[in-house]
Design a protein around this ligand. Structure first.
Ligand SMILES: [Zn+2]
Length: 290
């Protein structure tokens, strides 16, 4: 994957390492507090985090300590993360304007190592990357990229970009109201039925990640090379619930799936990438998912 037209600006970006926080962009921690307060005033529940994989375990016991701050650009993964974040903002700004006549508001991006506090509760690196609808922030654990290439055997730039674009996809779902609808159903559904709804939300985020790759390539922000799509599909397949469960326990329980099988995650990412058609990503009304 080559960057033809990278945007390295850090507006809306912050880095937290070892639990400490420092602003590198224009918006920082105070903004987050304001968002939480506003969401509480409006009676909105700062909802549970939407993770990339099914092992997101909020860890409330970790305390934040002041840590070393890494500047954006200091390592390749943070540069890549900022570039994908910026290009997602560009692509989705265009899709929302053209499709819905809607103005786009970007999420904030937090790159963290160790533990992090969010409106959705505390999280550690074990949570993996996630999006918190309550504070509209995308949290990217930079350590996960190493896990992606080693534990999940999915190396490659586009594999990493897929993870970030998936979380940005959850932000789009939040802007368009899908997240609220799924959250509202939580109380009145059985756990198995709710999990099914969660799978649809997650697969749609995979579709949106594919859609980002399509437009980023079309708009000549990135240039994809031989093996890139395979690398992203490898990542999508590696984080399917069936594969993760089988690896962890030797067996699978489809009722407990919240993100979709490997085959489904590959299918929806690929569909977004090849179609480039927003309207084909309605996982909620797809017969194969009912
Ligand atoms: Zn997700």
């Amino acid at each position: 994957m080559k960057w033809l037209n990278p945007d390295d600006s850090t507006d809306g970006v912050e880095v937290r390492k070892g639990g400490g926080a420092r602003r590198v962009g224009k918006i920082g921690g105070l903004g987050a507090i304001v968002v939480v307060v506003i969401s509480l005033i409006l009676g909105k529940n700062p909802m549970e985090m939407l993770g990339f994989v099914n092992n997101a375990i909020p860890d409330q016991t970790q305390t934040q300590t002041t840590g070393t701050v890494t500047n954006v650009g200091a390592n390749n993964d943070s540069t890549l993360t900022v570039r994908v974040y910026n290009s997602c903002n560009t692509v989705w700004n265009g899709i929302l304007r053209d499709k819905f006549g809607k103005s786009y508001s970007r999420p904030r991006l937090v790159m963290f190592e160790g533990s992090v506090q969010t409106a959705c509760g505390g999280a550690s690196s074990a949570s993996g990357p996630f999006y918190c609808p309550g504070d509209r922030m995308v949290y990217i654990d930079l350590g996960f990229f190493q896990e992606l290439s080693q534990r999940f055997n999915a190396p490659g730039q586009l594999a990493k970009a897929y993870v970030i674009a998936h979380e940005m996809g959850h932000h789009i779902q939040n802007l368009l109201g899908m997240t609220d609808q799924v959250d509202a159903a939580r109380g009145r559904l059985s756990e198995a039925a709710y999990n099914k709804l969660s799978v649809k939300l997650e697969l749609q985020a995979d579709f949106y990640a594919g859609l980002w790759a399509h437009y980023a390539e079309q708009e000549q922000i990135i240039q994809l090379e031989q093996g890139d799509i395979e690398s992203a599909l490898g990542a999508a397949g590696a984080v399917g619930d069936d594969r993760l469960q089988r690896e962890a326990t030797g067996t699978t329980n489809p009722d407990s799936f919240t993100h979709g099988t490997s085959a489904q995650r590959i299918y929806w990412f690929k569909k977004g990438y090849t179609s480039g058609d927003f309207s084909q990503g309605d996982t909620f009304n797809d017969p194969s998912l009912n």
